[in-house]
Design a binder for this molecule. Sequence first.
Ligand code: DAK
Length: 259
Amino acid sequence: MNYENILTEIKDSILTVTLNRPKQLNALNKAVFAELEHIMTNLAVTDEVKGVIITGSGEKAFAAGADIKEFAHFNVEEGKELSADGQQIFKIIETFNKPVIAAVNGFALGGGLELAMACHIRLASDNARFGQPEVSLGVTPGYAGTQRLTQLVGKGKSLELLMTGAMIKADEALNLGLVNYVVTQDELISKAEELLKSVIKQSPVAVAGVIKCVDAYYTDGIDGFNTEVEEFGKCFGTEDFKEGTDAFMNKRKADFPGK
Ligand code: DAK
């Protein structure tokens, strides 16, 4: 598949995915969703890739939401399709078995914030702005913004942001726990790479287990404690576990095979 709306680069085992519609502030349309899904299910899964950064091109936006001009004239069926496409790719990202970091370099609004919230960790540049302005358009968030924002910042603040549609700055997002770090725009990608490298050097099997266990906490019908027992037990049969414990006992750095 040719990617016309997204740039990709693999360097030092990190796949950087850059939403590339800067003139539309990287608004998410059907084509972007299709390309993003293809990237995550074809490129990101290869052995060459150990972690993923998602960011936006230009200096203004990560993504200013779903493409309003595209969906403004949708009927109910098309709306459902748009929702299904978005929900599917966001779930793929949230449950991805390698670390995915959102490097938010400007506006992250509506679907843009929902995309960032589907990633495992969020970093922001100091000019970043966050918000769920859907109520101003006469819709509720449709890509799990009501759920993931509430998980990340708590019910009171989430309801305030969702009901007012207000935009907040990077430092407030940091105080709320919506992002993990705020840095300058120049430092954003290097900070994301640094963080990702500190994950990548750990056991990929154990990291995948951690993602699965934490996700279980938020998944109806799944007991996270049982998931942890299962994942912990499985580790004892892996080469990574043998390598990690052997490295510790022999006072050397582990070199995990990821199996
Ligand atoms: N969609 C399409 N185009 C957008 C856009 C968007 N979300 N955001 C910005 N643009 C375009 C602008 O129209 C403008 O294009 P031209 O007019 O130059 O052709 C260009 O990007 C630059 O924007 P501005 O001139 O407005 O730039 P400013 O710096 O003045 O303002 C802004 C930046 C981010 C404050 C402003 O552009 C803005 O308010 N944008 C809209 C933000 C927004 O409301 N985002 C939420 C979208 S609603 C669904 C599930 C989910 C969703 C929908 C359905 N289903 C389940 C069915 C999600 C909904 C959303 O995300």
